[in-house]
Design a protein around this ligand. Structure first.
Ligand SMILES: NC(=O)c1ccc[n+]([C@@H]2O[C@H](COP(=O)([O-])OP(=O)(O)OC[C@H]3O[C@@H](n4cnc5c(N)ncnc54)[C@H](OP(=O)(O)O)[C@@H]3O)[C@@H](O)[C@H]2O)c1
Length: 328
């Protein structure tokens, strides 16, 4: 099969198309003939050597795919060869064939094409696990999402809309702000021209938000604590600007705040399967009804994966970037 290899790592130019044997499904796994693969920021980190894959995962990049089941491993009964699936993968998505646990695959929502479906798993698994399971986000609350125009951010806006939560976002320019508002954010704050914590205070009449989803890190900690109301929850999915700094933690005690966060990849098979089941029950029907909008920004042929990574690292994109791997 053709796949993208990244050698010992480096900039986007270290990636090249290569030929190698297709993997075979172990018990409990399915082999997917990949039509499209999603690109995620963690792929850029892994490519540059800053995010090594777990020891039992494929060294090939790629955390999500959509395609057809090509073979099933021992004990797999829920998927038949030929079925259309989208799946969270432990790695190996930038390839013509990829294995994934059968319990981490989901049906392609009604009427959805492969490219759009390939862009679903990583962001939806991450946002659900962090906002619902860890952040306990619920109806009539207020949510602040940093990086509102990222793949993760736009899914957080969709989830908020679905749950009946008012969503505020921060973004780096006015075009991204307009996009996030059109996607369902009640307020979009351009952090380059406005001070976000002051804006949150003004918008919420001084009361603050219930949950903050952050990917920026230490430089935002004090302002995130200030933006939360009593019993608020601060949830981390990344530290794009660093994880070390100083803060006055007094608001944590005074306002009974919770600080938490998680990464998806090291979770156990069973934990990811439980998230998958929650998504199938709570989100997939709404995707099939067209109520939740996926946001595909750009598509690149597999051979142009370096261009896809350059675009992601430029942060000019709004929403998801997808690789076209095989025939639909
Ligand atoms: N915890 C997990 O399990 C998990 C899973 C998937 C992804 N993630 C993380 O979640 C974040 C979003 O992922 P994604 O795939 O949705 O990424 P993405 O689409 O590339 O979005 C990242 C956005 O963050 C904003 N940003 C703010 N500060 C930044 C900085 N210092 N460097 C680069 N961008 C910065 C940029 O928008 P502005 O122009 O608005 O600044 C950028 O577009 C990434 O950090 C990723 O590693 C975590």
């Amino acid at each position: 099969m053709k796949f993208i290899e990244h050698g010992t790592g480096g900039g986007p130019e270290c990636m090249a198309l290569a030929d190698g044997p297709a993997p075979s499904p172990a018990p409990g796994q399915i082999l997917i003939e990949v039509v499209c693969a999603g690109v995620n920021r963690p792929d850029c980190l892994q490519r540059s050597g800053k995010y090594p894959p777990p020891p039992d995962a494929s060294p090939v990049l790629g955390l999500e795919v959509a395609g057809r089941v090509a073979a099933v491993g021992e004990g797999v009964t829920q998927w038949k060869v030929g079925a259309g699936v989208t799946a969270l993968t432990p790695g190996g998505g930038y390839a013509e064939y990829c294995v994934a646990p059968a319990a981490h695959a989901l049906p392609i929502p009604d009427g959805m094409d492969y490219a759009t479906a390939a862009a679903l798993p990583e962001t939806w698994f991450t946002v659900w696990a962090n906002l619902v399971d860890l952040g306990h986000l619920k109806k009539d609350e207020r949510l602040l999402v940093h990086g509102g125009s990222s793949g993760i951010g736009l899914v957080a806006i969709q989830l908020a809309k679905h749950l009946g939560v008012e969503c505020l976002v921060t973004v780096g320019n006015d075009e991204k702000a307009a996009f996030c508002r059109a996607a369902g954010a009640a307020h979009a704050i351009n952090y380059r021209t406005q001070e976000f914590a002051e804006e949150v205070k003004r918008i919420t009449g001084g009361s603050g938000v219930d949950v903050v989803l952050d990917m920026v890190g230490a430089p935002y900690l004090q302002r995130n604590l200030a933006s939360l109301r009593r019993d608020g929850r601060l949830v981390y999915v990344a530290f794009l600007e660093g994880s070390k700094g100083e803060a006055d933690l007094m608001p944590v005690m005074i306002k009974r705040l919770t600080i938490t966060g998680s990464t998806m990849r090291p979770r156990t098979l069973a934990e990811k399967a439980a998230i998958r089941d929650a998504l199938v029950a709570n989100i997939w029907p709404a995707l099939s009804r067209g109520e939740l909008l996926p946001h595909l920004y750009a598509r690149f042929p597999l051979a142009q994966t370096a261009e896809a990574h350059r675009l992601m690292e430029s942060s000019k994109h709004i929403g998801k970037i997808v690789l076209e791997v095989g025939k639909a």
